[in-house]
Ligand binder design. Structure first.
Ligand code: FAD
Length: 410
């Protein structure tokens, strides 16, 4: 399908249902978008797309944004569901699961979370301890997950658990879809440096999951988890779609507005740094575009780690430079430092105001520290790229052949 046809189809959708129209809710609009095949264009027909290259989704999004005042951003509604849940269900789910789950993910009716990390298993997630034991048609789960983003508002969790401790760690895992409203699921907030609790610890006490909610076969959970993680890294490393857009645009604005407060020498140093960051951000944008252009429909590969690694490091530097440019004022955060759950749409403090970009920079300086940890740390991204993309020798893995239960652990 040509780009022009996709634009035409998007205009037909907008003629039928417009997000700015009174009485049209976000769910109404996104539901119609899904039915028109314009939600996830790389998904098959009938499941939100047309089996096209994922890069063409940007054409639809641009077209909607240029004709609508309503803020429209593809992932913000349900980042984990859309970025990871939908592709995993598409790859491993039954026909029934695809039909019932994917659309509700896209509309945001069902929020999803990812339940991999545990207190002693983050980078080494395959070493996790949460146990699932078969009991008739159900599995009974006990254990603890941590850093579970959005668990407090989620309907479904993508959960990795150990179903066989007698084999090496990767072979004894299975992957479940957990209904977060099930008895025995206890979600507790964890507050971050930003004062928000985006994520949680989740305790599982004799939680029952029906066998049909296992994705992939018993013992094949690691394969399903890898699909999830590749999609996560690809979603996290997307960069900005517009040249000079995203965080770099905030830096440019702050530098221009605050220049009078600095000596010419200080300004020249900051401008030099900003130029370097602009170039790095542009390289990231073009690399991401190139990766999307070569990717057809289907799951991304380990190359997705390039964007994830580069974006995490660039964004941290950009926000740090923004706050440096704000001078002493950059050190002030917000009165009261009130602990809260995030509101969802604008991640950061403050209402819409002329100073929103300044509030955003201060908030993001804190939030961006997580960019090089969430979805796998930068060190782990470098390991993946070294081993799986460049073909360098692997790290020594002493527990690879040993039954999980025999691996010494603290
Ligand atoms: C904001 C945020 C949101 C998150 N959301 C979720 C979520 O929704 N669901 C979920 O399951 N998890 C989530 N996580 C958890 C995240 O995936 C883990 O924090 C991450 O994988 C690192 O694991 P860890 O914290 O246990 O650190 P560790 O694995 O203990 O790592 C500690 C340090 O050692 C380094 N290290 C570890 N192994 C190696 C190695 N082999 N080579 C070199 N260096 C190494 C790491 O890079 C790191 O610097 C989230 C984390 C953050 C910060």
């Amino acid at each position: 399908m040509k780009e022009s046809e996709l634009r035409e189809r998007t205009r037909v959708l907008l003629d039928e249902v417009h997000p700015d129209d009174e009485g049209v809710s976000r769910v109404d609009f996104r539901s119609a978008q899904f039915d028109h095949g314009l939600a996830l264009v790389h998904f098959p027909e009938g499941l939100g797309g047309f089996g096209l290259s994922p890069k063409l989704q940007a054409v639809v999004n641009e077209e909607i944004q240029s004709h609508a005042k309503t803020f429209y951003e593809n992932l913000v509604v349900n980042p984990i569901g859309i970025g990871m849940g939908a592709p995993v269900v598409l790859t491993y789910g039954s026909e029934e699961q695809k039909r019932t789950l994917i659309k509700r993910i896209y509309t945001g009716e069902d929020i999803w979370c990812q339940m991999f990390s545990e207190p002693s298993a983050g980078s080494d997630v395959a070493g996790l301890s949460t146990r699932a034991v078969r009991d008739g048609d159900d599995w009974v789960l006990n254990g603890q997950k941590v850093w579970t983003t959005l668990a407090h508002v989620s309907k479904w969790g993508m959960l990795l658990a150990r179903t066989n401790p007698d084999v090496p760690k990767h072979d004894g895992l299975s992957y479940f879809l957990l209904d977060m409203e099930s008895p025995g699921v206890d979600v507790r907030p964890l507050y971050q440096i930003t004062a928000e609790a985006e994520f949680n610890e989740v305790f599982l006490n004799d939680v029952r999951i029906p066998h049909e909610q296992m994705l992939g076969a018993e013992g094949q959970g690691w394969r399903v988890a890898i699909t999830t993680l590749m999609n996560e890294r690809s979603a996290l490393g997307g960069g900005s779609s517009r040249k000079g857009g995203g965080p770099v645009s905030v830096l440019t604005r702050i530098l221009a507005e605050s220049g009078a407060q600095r000596s010419p020498a200080e300004q020249a140093i900051l401008e030099d740094k900003a130029t370097q960051l602009y170039i790095r951000a542009e390289l990231l944008r073009l690399t991401t575009q190139r990766a999307k252009a070569t990717q057809r429909s289907g799951n991304p590969g380990p190359e997705g780690s390039v964007g994830k690694l580069a974006q995490a490091e660039i964004y941290k530097d950009v926000w740090e430079t923004c706050v440096a440019a704000l001078g002493d004022d950059g050190l002030l955060y917000e009165p009261g430092y009130e602990l809260r759950r995030p509101t969802g749409d604008f991640r950061g403090t403050g209402e819409s105001s002329a100073e929103k970009h300044i509030l955003q920079a201060k908030y993001q300086l804190l939030r961006s520290q997580a960019n090089s940890i969430e979805g796998g740390t930068s060190e782990i991204m470098r390991n993946i790229l070294g081993e799986r993309v460049l073909g360098l020798p692997g790290e020594p893995r002493v527990d690879k052949e040993i039954a999980w239960k025999d691996v010494p652990r603290g």
